[in-house]
Design a binder for this molecule. Structure first.
Ligand code: ZN
Length: 314
């Protein structure tokens, strides 16, 4: 049980750091740490509690009784400890003298003593658990600090954000600002959103993951088809909100169309940018959240076609 919990936490943290983006967006990282800490604490407290089920077993086994000849005198045996050995000896509570008869210095097993003996291993295991959880948290912190969006220096991040703002301003048709939500205060795992922008406003936030994918495309020519496509679509989506569109489905439809131009300006070929946004449109139909699904007239020549006279869509 304990090993499974610890192994589970380790696997989860590694998967969270190196695994698919979907995991990051679905589960906040503090959750598995909290669960692991809770379970360690629970196991620790459970271990301290007096163990009830052992009480019926404290009497000698039926076979032992027969063997030593006390088969019928259930009440007359008492467990004593002689050094490391536990012995069942016949006991009669009537006479004090009988206790002195024993040639060995025997004393009844005190339950407090055995509880005291059990405390140390539990404390040790609990400390091991805490150390492991802390080590994983430290690893996570170190990796996050040195890779990803937060691993970039401040100047680079500012330059990248300025570039994203310029693209968003083009789509919004006014001067707007894109910020990357490094503190996770506005968007991200907890809010289940990749970006947030006030309808008709001048400021939108993107998650650091989306910012990193946009940065990789614009500054390092690194393209990962689906991730890059999603990041472009999110930037365009927030830009359309800033422009004044509130309906999520309509915003997505416009975003895919604007995304082609954004992708191209950030370094993609026209063909790749179109394929990416077409794929985003196709994936949109698989959306589980209906609010984000594009309306039926999001098609070539439809009401939401931004360029009705152009054949390609988006
Ligand atoms: Zn939206």
């Amino acid at each position: 049980m304990r090993i499974l919990v610890r192994l589970g936490l380790a696997v989860f943290v590694l998967a969270w750091i190196f695994g698919p983006y979907e995991l990051r967006s679905a589960v906040p990282i503090w959750l598995p740490f909290l669960i692991a800490l809770g379970l360690e604490l629970n196991l620790f407290v459970a271990g301290l509690r007096p163990v009830q089920p052992t009480r019926p077993n404290r009497g000698p086994q039926a076979a032992d009784r027969e063997r030593y000849g006390y088969a019928d005198d259930v009440e007359e045996l008492v467990l004593v400890r002689d050094g490391d050995e536990e012995l069942w000896i016949p006991y009669s509570g009537e006479s004090d003298e009988e206790e002195e008869v024993s040639p060995l210095d025997l004393s009844p097993v005190a339950p407090e003593e055995s509880d005291g003996r059990r405390l140390w291993p539990h404390l040790r295991r609990f400390a091991t658990g805490l150390a492991l959880v802390s080590a994983l948290a430290l690893l996570f912190w170190a990796v996050e600090r040195n890779t990803g969006w937060n691993g970039l220096d401040g100047g680079t991040r500012a330059e990248a954000a300025a570039r994203f703002s310029a693209e968003a301003s083009r789509v919004a048709e006014k001067r707007v600002t894109i910020r990357c939500d490094e503190g996770g205060d506005y968007v991200g795992a907890v809010q289940h959103a990749d970006g947030v922008g006030l309808v008709g406003g001048r400021l939108a936030y993107l998650t650091p993951e989306r910012c990193l994918d946009l940065y990789r495309l614009a500054f390092a020519d690194e393209v990962r088809f689906n991730r890059t496509a999603r990041a472009i679509a999110v930037l365009a989506h927030e830009a359309w909100h800033l422009r004044g569109v509130s309906d999520e489905g309509t915003t997505e439809c416009y975003a895919f169309q604007s995304g082609v131009g954004i992708g191209e300006r950030l370094g993609l070929s026209r063909d790749t940018a179109e394929r990416m946004m077409r794929r985003q449109l196709a994936d949109n139909a698989l959306q589980t959240n209906n609010a984000y699904r594009v309306p039926p007239d999001c098609r070539d020549g439809g009401r939401l076609d931004l360029r009705p006279n152009v054949e390609t869509f988006p």
